[in-house]
Design a protein around this ligand. Structure first.
Ligand code: HEM
Length: 231
């Protein structure tokens, strides 16, 4: 039962919450479909944390596509043996992983330690950042430490085909049976994060700022009276 729950029911439950709640929010709560910036209160730490995080997560995302969505047979067909693949996965995944974790730590410290930023930080923001930090921290540990000190675990014959089987609605939960616990925890927490997206500012990842370049400029005015300064 445990295998069926964690590797069939739970992922579909999280996926359903993600899709249904995201559509609901897009249709009925479009006004708060943004991630308002706190750049006006501090630019330096935001630039450092957010830019490093976003570049890291983009490359980590590409790494996951290569590891989870491209079958091992394709690599063999193009002459990439398993040893070479894992060397590239560890080398290519470590820097993005470090950037993601470092960026998140800077963002978290900034939100907590700068009073004017902290008052604009919600519980949802802390929940998202801490969960992202735990998921990414475990991910980085797997890529950098577990693979180099225990074994370069071959997730392309277990986690990868399982993940793809979810999208073909022909789930094979047995594939996750022999997966090391740490990898399982990473995947389960990642699905918790997916299900939380519609309830947090992470929805901004679905926004394509096509109208951004043509939008009207935002005006900021001093609270203590605009006119006084222009006399
Ligand atoms: C919010 C979602 C997720 C985040 C933020 C995340 C983050 C990370 C990070 C930062 C790493 C280390 C860098 C890297 O190798 O790319 C990593 C590794 C890994 N992640 Fe994720 N991950 C997520 C979801 C998933 C999911 C859904 C799966 C599988 C279905 C997965 C499987 C793996 C595996 C197998 C590794 C180890 C890669 C290796 O050893 O080369 N991750 N993850």
């Amino acid at each position: 039962m445990e295998v069926i729950f964690w590797w069939t029911i739970f992922p579909y439950l999280c996926g359903t919450i993600l899709v249904v709640a995201t559509f609901y929010r897009f249709i009925y709560q479009r006004k708060n479909w943004t991630a308002p910036s706190t750049e006006i209160f501090d630019r330096k730490w935001l630039r450092m944390g957010s830019v490093i995080f976003h570049y890291g997560i983009i490359f980590a995302f590409i790494g996951h596509i290569m590891g989870m969505l491209i079958p091992i047979q394709v690599y063999h067909a193009i002459g990439v043996d398993d040893h070479t693949y894992h060397i590239f996965a560890i080398a290519g995944g470590s820097l993005p992983g470090i950037m993601v974790v470092f960026g998140l730590i800077v963002i978290l410290i900034r939100k907590y330690s700068l009073p004017r930023v902290r008052v604009h930080t919600t519980f949802g923001d802390y929940f998202t950042i801490v969960l992202l930090l735990v998921v990414s921290g475990i991910g980085l540990y797997m890529t950098l430490v577990y693979n180099l000190t225990v074994v370069a675990y071959e997730y392309r014959v277990s986690i990868g085909p399982w993940f793809r089987s979810l999208f073909t609605f022909n789930p094979v939960p047995q594939l996750m049976l022999g997966v090391p616990t740490l990898f399982k925890v990473h995947v389960i927490l990642a699905f918790v994060l997916f299900a939380s997206i519609p309830f947090t500012k992470l929805v901004h990842m679905f926004s394509f700022p096509v109208r951004y370049p043509t939008r009207a400029p935002q005006q900021y005015r001093a609270r203590d009276g605009y006119n006084k300064n222009n006399r």
